[in-house]
Design a protein around this ligand. Structure first.
Ligand SMILES: Nc1ncnc2c1ncn2[C@@H]1O[C@H](COP(=O)(O)OP(=O)(O)OP(=O)(O)O)[C@@H](O)[C@H]1O
Length: 293
């Protein structure tokens, strides 16, 4: 996992961003400070149905804070967040601390907060969808990092999301497991058609399957389609001139996903599409010009 070394501190004159009226979710002019520390400054963005946005930035750039504001878990000091009425959102948080003393099975955990209550077969199906068959009766506190991430993903799916928000979803997952999990997220998006907002440090993997990338360092330093952002001076400034090319768009051609035991859960498909993590073609975004000049 790459930890960017340099940072972009300067504000830039961006052209005004025009929010799209059909956005599932939009944020306008978000400011957030704690004490004397400015954590987010004038952040504006939106996400439309089916779009995949990756949010990148160095440690402490404000990514998790921004996600929490977008989800309504925290309130901005200034600015506004608008969610389309009735929007269903699945959220896979960066951190999920489990009280080891709490005796709760995975199945019970997944039932919590679902209204109306669902039949256990729905839970079993969601676990199967994320390649985690057989975990329903296991104690939540005994799961490995990779198992827990899949369970959190299943929990997000149980909300039938129009938007899935993932904050570093491969945290605690080993290197091979990371690729599998990203592949799975891409496959689920293809099948279900939800929009994805993902925080990730794994630029070389996720940029190829993103429609748009936002570089955040307290403010949005640059944004646009991955190929454009990867060449942008602010991106180079954030990730280092030497390192940036290594993290440029990488098209991952792995064509199937695995379950927890390593079995393939998706047969290799032909070039006509449907592969587990074949990148979505980069859609031209009407606001590619919002890449900082
Ligand atoms: N409630 C808070 N009070 C004070 N400081 C906070 C609070 N929440 C976040 N911060 C600070 O804001 C900065 C941004 O934190 P945030 O977790 O959003 O960054 P991040 O980009 O997600 O980082 P990472 O990549 O390391 O996960 C950090 O310096 C953090 O310490």
């Amino acid at each position: 996992m790459h930890q960017p070394s340099s940072s972009c501190d300067a504000h830039h004159d961006h052209p005004p961003i025009v929010l799209r009226p059909d956005a599932l979710l939009s944020a306008e002019g978000l400011f957030y400070s704690r004490g004397s520390r400015t954590i987010l400054s004038d952040v504006t963005l939106d996400i439309v149905a089916g779009e995949a946005i990756t949010l990148i930035g160095p440690n402490g750039a404000g990514k998790t804070t921004l996600v929490r504001l977008l989800l309504g878990l925290d309130k901005p000091d200034r600015g506004s967040v608008n969610r389309r009425p009735g929007l269903s959102v699945g959220y896979v948080p960066q951190r999920f601390d489990i009280d080891r003393a709490l005796p709760i099975t995975v199945g019970r955990f997944l039932e919590l907060g679902l209204a109306p209550r669902v039949h256990s077969s729905v839970i079993t199906e969601a676990l199967s969808e994320v390649g985690a068959d057989g975990l329903a009766q296991r104690q939540l506190s005994l799961l490995s990092g990779g198992e827990l991430q899949r369970v959190l993903l299943a929990r997000g799916l149980l909300r039938n999301p129009q938007l899935l928000v993932l904050d570093e979803p491969v945290r605690g997952v080993d290197y091979l497991g990371e690729a599998e999990l990203y592949a799975l997220i891409g496959k689920l998006r293809d099948e279900r058609g939800f929009a994805v907002l993902m925080v990730s440090h794994d630029l070389h993997v996720v940029m190829g399957s993103s429609d748009r990338v936002l570089c955040l360092n307290r403010h949005i330093c640059c944004s646009g389609v991955p190929t454009t952002v990867a060449r942008h001076p602010e991106y180079e400034r954030l990730f280092g001139r030497r390192l940036a090319p290594a993290f440029a768009v990488y098209e991952h051609h792995h064509d199937h996903a695995h379950d927890l035991s390593g079995r393939s859960i998706e047969p290799a498909s032909d070039s006509s599409g449907g592969a587990a993590d074949t990148p979505t073609p980069h859609k031209a975004h009407p606001r590619d010009e919002d890449v900082a000049k």
